[in-house]
Design a protein around this ligand. Structure first.
Ligand code: NAG
Ligand code: NAG
Ligand code: NAG
Ligand code: NAG
Ligand code: NAG
Ligand code: NAG
Ligand code: NAG
Length: 569
């Protein structure tokens, strides 16, 4: 594509345009033939460029066309179909099924129409029967609006848990949308003694719609800054993951385009006025610029994350036996709901026979001869920092790199352990950091031999909540390709994915947005022999205040579960 564009420019400057044009037409024909059948979308794009119809594109995928109705009406569709050579039509359909959501069937005129948590109610269906550990309770929830009118459609985003404060016990419950204003929750009984149900409205369906529309239609609500430097001169420019109308501006300064050769991922910056594109030297967060109407703002602020006034009945659970999993922790296991439970602040997995690591020595021994590459955001950096502070034999090296984006490294010479953490690459909201230090996950994985001593951990969500779902799905598909090829050359490499956690609550990041991309991640990696550490459930049901960065007690449980897969014996 670039070749042809430069050729056209070249053509205009030449003295013998006719002869060159003939050569050019032949070149274009060869180009088309060589692209073959697999790259339809590129052909489409190319045609549109020739016709002067510049469709904004995103990593080589077409962005949703405006006439496709998404995030609205009775449609359960959350995103527009795209033509991405890495995500097949069948896979796209399966994503669509897993992510389907009901949106308000009418245009909302006032926040009075929105689900109001103070008017919602729920009741335990079988509250008086004889409960024993290993059983469950069902809860029916009725959603109502500000005028106490029962809602007639679904789409509210609730989170539910069963808990006992004294026992520091809790577990996560999945909420089923009956699509008629009622919801059902099933909660597993996993400890004996009293238990209470707690349900909170994270967002009413009317706010979910706002989030969805902003996600799909405004990929530039968060933007970044590129710093161009050469010979003592410095310039900055706006950068982002797509060449959108906001980035392009009036089009005169469009664009510096950065294509990572191995992963094929794109990044764009507005062209600096004097320095050339290749002088991009630093990257940082730019700013936030979502455009919310007054109603959108009210819907997002007023009803967010409010615990429902529930019935105060206590469920008395008689002693019984939890069927604890005897399966050795290994890659490829399905995540269940619930995936585990807290008791005395200790998380027991129901997916596999998880271990706890009460002493630093046990952790050191577990990490013996392991070389761990962690790639992700600050929530994965918490794992690195937790190990750094709790394991004395691990020694941190000063690499003089950015504390926010890394790379960071620590070693344990005694146990022959090496742990590296680095940011998952762009897009990343970080302080000013060298551009060359920001590596894509797929690129890092491609450059790794792997093997029985090699552990790859990644997480990817918090910095993707502002983009259309297609952008995220494409990034996952690229990483999946790299992981597949790593596991083909070294099948005994341990690949661990940390899921999203709860804690975000606005238009730039919200639990609903995180949940959607987390479901996409689970769907896209479900057939691969990798480990998924479900920290969503672990953070959603814990008693600590909602925080994008979970407290140390939760991080310890996350890391213990991770270590259970590193040394399952
Ligand atoms: C996707 O590609 C097919 C042909 O491969 C084309 O018919 C269709 O219109 C494209 N869809 C979009 C949304 O561009
Ligand atoms: C929205 O609220 C207004 C005012 O209370 C009411 O007249 C209207 O019927 C409501 N619309 C829906 C769809 O509930
Ligand atoms: C409840 O179940 C437990 C164990 O199954 C049993 O020991 C107890 O007698 C039952 N209580 C009642 C009131 O049925
Ligand atoms: C709302 O309606 C429910 C069911 O009719 C009723 O039990 C409740 O008291 C009402 N709440 C208010 C605040 O009127
Ligand atoms: C809503 O749907 C559920 C599940 O299909 C059903 O049991 C319930 O009766 C319905 N409620 C209303 C008010 O239609
Ligand atoms: C739990 O299991 C143990 C051993 O398997 C058994 O002895 C005990 O009776 C069981 N308890 C209940 C309440 O079922
Ligand atoms: C995981 O779940 C899928 C679908 O429910 C099932 O086909 C598969 O066998 C399960 N895998 C394991 C390891 O249990």
């Amino acid at each position: 594509m670039d070749l042809i564009q430069s050729y056209l420019v070249f053509l205009l400057k030449m003295r013998r345009p006719l002869l060159l044009m003939v050569v050019g037409v032949i070149m274009i024909l060869i180009y088309f033939i060589s692209m073959g059948q697999e790259n339809h979308f590129r052909v489409n794009m190319f045609k549109q460029h020739l016709e002067g119809n510049h469709t904004p594109f995103n990593n080589g995928i077409l962005l949703p066309t405006p006439h496709v109705e998404i995030c609205s009406g009775t449609s359960l569709r959350t995103f527009a179909p795209t033509n991405d050579s890495l995500v097949s039509e069948t896979e796209w359909e399966s994503l669509e099924t897993d992510l389907q959501w009901q949106f308000p069937p009418v245009d909302i005129l006032s926040s009075d129409n929105a689900t109001n948590p103070t008017k919602c109610s729920f009741s335990v269906v079988n509250s008086h029967s004889n409960h024993t550990v290993g059983g469950f309770v069902d809860v029916i929830l009725i959603a109502r609006d500000a005028h106490n009118r029962t809602k007639t459609y679904g789409g509210d985003f609730f989170q539910a848990k069963l808990y006992n404060t004294e026992l520091k016990a809790s577990t996560f419950g999945a909420v089923t949308d009956n699509l008629n204003g009622t919801y059902t929750v099933r909660l597993a009984l996993l400890w004996s003694g009293p238990a209470h149900v707690s349900i909170r409205l994270v967002h009413p369906s009317e706010a979910v719609q706002v989030l969805c529309q902003h996600r799909e239609h405004d990929p530039d609500k968060v933007y970044f800054t590129g710093y161009f430097e050469e010979g003592g001169k410095q310039e900055t420019a706006v950068c982002n993951a797509q060449r959108s109308s906001r980035l392009v501006g009036d089009g005169k300064q469009c664009c510096c385009e950065y294509r990572e050769p191995v992963s094929g991922e794109y990044w764009f910056c507005r062209r600096p006025s004097s320095l050339p594109c290749h002088t991009l030297t630093y990257h940082s967060m730019g700013g936030y610029q979502a455009q919310l109407s007054q109603l959108d703002g009210t819907l997002l602020k007023s009803f967010t994350n409010i615990v429902l006034p529930g019935e105060h009945s206590v469920i008395h659970v008689n002693p019984g036996n939890v069927t604890r999993s005897k399966t050795k922790c290994h890659p490829g296991l399905n995540t269940s709901v619930p995936a585990g439970f807290y008791l005395q602040d200790h998380w027991t997995s129901l997916v596999c026979d998880s271990k706890s690591f009460p002493s630093a020595k046990l952790v050191s021994e577990c990490l013996k001869d392991k070389h761990i590459l962690m790639m992700g955001d600050s929530t994965l950096r918490q794992w690195f920092e937790y190990l750094d502070t709790s394991v004395p034999t691990l020694k941190r090296l000063n690499l003089f790199t950015s504390g926010q984006s890394g790379p960071l490294e620590m070693v344990d010479p005694q146990f022959n352990t090496r742990i590296i953490w680095r940011a998952h690459g762009i897009p990343i909201r970080t302080s000013k950091t060298p551009w060359a230090d920001l590596h894509y996950i797929a690129r890092e994985v491609e450059d790794l031999a792997g093997g029985p001593h090699s552990v790859v951990v990644f997480t990817l969500w918090a910095h993707f909540t502002t983009y259309p779902l297609a952008t995220y799905a494409h990034r996952l598909a690229v990483i999946r390709m790299a992981v597949e090829s790593l596991l083909r050359r070294s099948p005994n490499t341990l690949v661990v994915i940390k899921s999203a956690n709860t804690g975000y609550k606005d238009v730039y990041g919200s639990d609903w947005l995180s949940w959607q991309i987390d479901v996409a991640l689970r769907t896209m990696f479900r057939d691969l022999p990798v480990v998924l550490i479900d920290v969503w459930q672990m953070t959603s049901c814990h008693y600590s205040p909602d925080n994008i960065h979970p407290p140390p007690v939760v991080i310890k449980n996350e890391v213990d579960l991770f270590l259970s897969f590193v040394c399952p014996e």
